[in-house]
Design a protein around this ligand. Structure first.
Ligand code: NDP
Ligand code: MG
Length: 387
């Protein structure tokens, strides 16, 4: 019986993961469920999935979680705080960890899973952007297994399953809700428009990242760490149908791609079942029913400068990707709160990168300091623009 810790259980990936796990009651179960601050949503999941442990990261939620579990007559043990989460992830309460917390907040638990040598189903791309070298080093040192859950990287993982070396990889991008829009038109978009993704149903932060194309930029950096290629050999093509999830070119002229309907349960089933194929609940792809065509376009670098910023941060190396990620998280949060406009998101990130020249990123302390510095810089710039 595979015991699975679902971190970010109350989120979009968490829901998809629990759906797949529940389809295989004889082979796996959710033994640990963790959320950020939504105690009621976590309790509802506990009633349904009856985990051994439930963790709320916000320590203020402990009493409500404990009382709620007791009232429901569950034997699930309540925990609160990030340290409790990291300890549980590393303990024998789970064999597999689904890292689906949003943002840099997911780094500590992801590292804890790697250091404990777990099977790590990694959705939290921000931890790779912030500390990719370090995380991959821990994975290797402790014999952990990473299965990328981000659909593009999961596609590449599947294409490389025979152990062959890629010559080049191409990440596909849906283009988000504003594909084809000019920079001028983007100035006025609202948070509601930005989170309404045409192809994928996702949490608010990654939805905004998809709309700016920063998501693809983060994914280029993520791919660099996962597959060991330089930025120059990682391409991006806009593919509006979102059916080809990425492809890999090899030295012999072959190109392998992975296709499927845009539903994260496929990637999660790959991670949970690998190397076996297990049911995910996702219907098989019918290309004709999907319109019978696959289109590809070059991304518009002028309207969506975030992608270029990410490539530049990857080339600059050191702390630059950590600065990019932290400034972006702050800018997206400010945009969602109506404090800044859509175009200010990449502007805020560019300003933080300009203000903080890259340093060599040889320790977690240096990376976390760069993350904190970039957040301070971005917040100050956002506050000044609102004044
Ligand atoms: P959601 O916003 O839907 O969910 C985020 C989850 O993280 C929630 O369970 C939330 O808990 C939890 N959380 C937030 N802050 C903390 C914290 N400090 N400590 C512990 N838990 C916390 O996000 P998504 O599911 O969309 O995305 C999750 C991750 O997966 C992101 O890194 C994203 O980039 C990646 N990803 C997502 C895809 C998707 O299709 N959604 C596709 C590819 C990658 P609470 O509800 O209590 O706030
Ligand atoms: Mg993706």
């Amino acid at each position: 019986m595979q015991r699975v810790a679902v971190l970010g259980a109350t989120g979009s990936i968490g829901a998809s993961a629990l759906d797949v796990i529940a389809r295989h009651p004889d082979a796996m179960r959710a033994s640990v469920l963790a959320a950020g601050s939504k105690v009621d949503a976590l309790l509802a999941l506990c009633r349904l999935h009856r985990p051994d442990h439930a963790v709320i990261a916000d320590a203020g939620g402990f009493t409500a979680l404990r009382d709620g579990l007791r009232e429901a007559g569950l034997t699930t043990q309540p925990h609160a705080g990030c340290e409790a989460l990291d300890a549980l992830v590393a303990s024998d309460a789970c064999d597999t960890v689904i890292a689906a917390i949003v943002g840099a907040a997911g780094l500590a638990s992801t590292l804890a899973a790697a250091r404990a040598g777990k099977r790590l189903l990694l959705a939290n791309k921000e931890s790779l952007v912030l500390a990719g070298q370090l995380l991959m080093r821990e994975v290797r040192a402790h014999g952990a297994t990473i299965v990328p859950i981000d659909s593009e990287h999961n596609a590449i993982f599947q294409c490389l399953a025979d152990g062959s070396t890629p010559a080049r990889i191409t990440l596909t991008a849906s283009g988000g809700p504003f594909r084809g829009w000019t920079r001028q038109a983007l100035a006025e978009v609202t948070p509601a428009q930005a989170v309404a993704h045409p192809k994928w149903s996702m949490g608010p932060k990654i939805s905004v990242d998809s709309a700016t194309l920063m998501n693809k930029g983060l994914e280029v950096i993520e791919a660099h760490h996962l597959f060991g290629l330089p930025g120059a050999r990682i391409g991006v093509l806009v593919h509006p149908q979102s059916l080809v999830h990425s492809f890999v070119d090899f030295a012999d002229g072959s190109t392998l791609a992975q296709l499927g309907l845009p539903d994260m349960r496929t990637a999660l089933a790959v991670g949970l079942g690998w190397p076996k194929r297990i049911a995910s609940g996702v219907p098989m792809l019918d290309l004709l029913a999907q319109g019978g065509r696959l289109d590809f376009q070059v991304p518009d670098a002028d309207a969506f400068p975030a992608l270029g910023l990410a490539y530049a941060a990857l080339d600059a190396g050191g702390t630059a990707p950590a600065v990019l990620n932290a400034a972006n998280e702050e800018a997206v949060s400010a945009f969602l709160q109506g404090k800044i406009g859509f175009l200010s998101i990449p502007d805020t990130v560019a300003a933080a990168l300009d203000a903080m020249p890259p340093q060599s990123a040889d320790s977690l302390e240096v990376l976390l300091a760069a993350d904190a510095g970039a957040r301070r810089h971005a917040r100050a710039r956002i506050a000044a623009s609102a004044a």
